[in-house]
Design a binder for this molecule. Structure first.
Ligand code: 5GP
Ligand code: MG
Length: 179
């Protein structure tokens, strides 16, 4: 596994600090509220789990699984909902927890879909942001790390379901996906 990883991009310690800082900010911004925290499966599982345990406001946790189909490596086309929310978000404050914003297509479509359900608000919290790859103009309201245009794995992010359980966010060696 070691030589399949090119380098550590964001270490476990850096992630811990950033998650704590994000939680502190959410504790302030949502004081007195009970937001719904939506973990977008599967990449956001560890990020969500670590984040909610640093919150001191009451939250409802829910899960959603979506995919954008299209050609090539850029997600495009229709948004397919593979697993919908369990809760009604009408009138609720929603915080979408995303692992990484790349082209922005998935989140743009997901946010619009959820806005049709008339929530009180929707904000996006992303662990990682790759602004160089943006196709659709959407930005995270909260973002932990801005990273260069590299394919990363770990801390929930996978390549073909592998590497999710790495504790750091790492750059995957090109040899893994170019062979
Ligand atoms: P977007 O619609 O913004 O292009 O796609 C975002 C999704 O693509 C992310 O939720 C993630 O699943 C996947 N993705 C984008 N960049 C990366 C990356 O560097 N590594 C991994 N593992 N997934 C990525
Ligand atoms: Mg994803």
């Amino acid at each position: 596994m070691i030589n399949e990883i090119e380098k550590v991009l964001v270490s476990e310690d850096e992630i811990k600090v950033a998650v704590k800082n994000l939680a502190n900010q959410l504790n302030i911004d949502y004081a007195g509220e009970k937001p719904i925290v939506v973990c977008i499966l599967k990449g956001s599982i560890f990020f969500t789990a670590d984040l909610v345990r640093e919150l001191n406001i009451p939250v409802t946790i829910d899960f959603m699984s979506v995919s954008s189909y299209g050609s090539g490596t850029i997600s495009s086309g229709e948004l397919k909902v593979k697993k919908d929310l369990s809760f009604d978000i009408t009138g609720r404050h929603v915080i979408l927890i995303e692992d990484i914003i790349d082209s922005g297509n998935t989140l743009y479509k997901l946010k619009n879909l959820l806005l049709e359900r008339n929530p009180a608000s929707i904000k996006i919290a992303a662990l990682l942001n790759k602004p160089d790859r943006r196709v659709t103009p959407i930005n995270a309201d909260y973002c932990c790390f801005t990273i260069p245009d590299e394919f990363v794995v770990g801390y929930g992010l996978d390549y073909d379901e592998r590497y999710r359980t790495l504790k750091d966010v790492c750059v995957l060696s090109r040899s893994v996906y170019e062979k």
